[in-house]
Design a protein. Structure first.
Length: 180
């Protein structure tokens, strides 16, 4: 029996996120533009499944996960980050609580990916880095973002993390025409 798409997407995301350069690239894009890392990874997953995403599909994905992301993921992230500063509750107890919140945040991210996978079934096709790049560019376009040099470098790092053997210069070339 085949695994549910959400499990496959989650496993894919964990594997990609563990690769060198991917976390820094995703977090930089999140910090600079408020991009949702799960949507970034879904765009790459779609390319891995041989699927181009339309702007309308990306809008639909964002609408589906938006409330969950805003009300569950972001608040948990904010609490985890605040606890890391230990402004008011230093010590082992605060660190233990931060680790628990971190685990809850990760579970909230998994649920968000489940929502994404259930919102848009992808099927299976030939993996294509060019499709993943097009999906990422479409996501930027939907967000009305202009990809600067840092963004292009981060998107290329994400892409090389998703497609083993993709040379960094080829990944950069795929983003040379990022939305302006």
């Amino acid at each position: 029996m085949a695994e549910p798409a959400a499990t496959t997407l989650w496993d894919y995301s964990l594997a990609v996120y563990a690769r060198s350069g991917v976390p820094a690239a995703c977090l930089a894009l999140q910090a600079r533009h408020g991009l949702d890392v799960n949507v970034l990874l879904f765009c790459c997953w779609a390319g891995q499944c041989g699927r181009a995403l339309t702007p309308e599909e990306i809008d639909g994905l964002m609408a589906a996960v938006g409330p969950w992301h805003e009300r569950a993921v972001k608040p948990l992230r904010a609490v985890r980050r605040w606890l890391k500063t230990r402004e008011t509750a230093p010590g082992a107890a605060a660190e233990a609580l931060r680790q628990e919140v971190k685990a809850l945040e990760l579970e909230a991210e998994r649920i968000e990916q489940q929502i994404l996978a259930e919102t848009l079934a992808l099927g299976e096709g030939a993996p294509a880095a060019a499709l993943a790049a097009a999906n990422l560019k479409a996501y930027l376009g939907v967000q009305k973002l202009r990809a600067g040099a840092e963004d292009t470098a981060d998107l290329a790092s994400l892409l090389t993390g998703c497609f083993a053997g993709l040379p960094p210069e080829e990944a950069m070339r795929l983003f040379a025409c990022a939305p302006r």
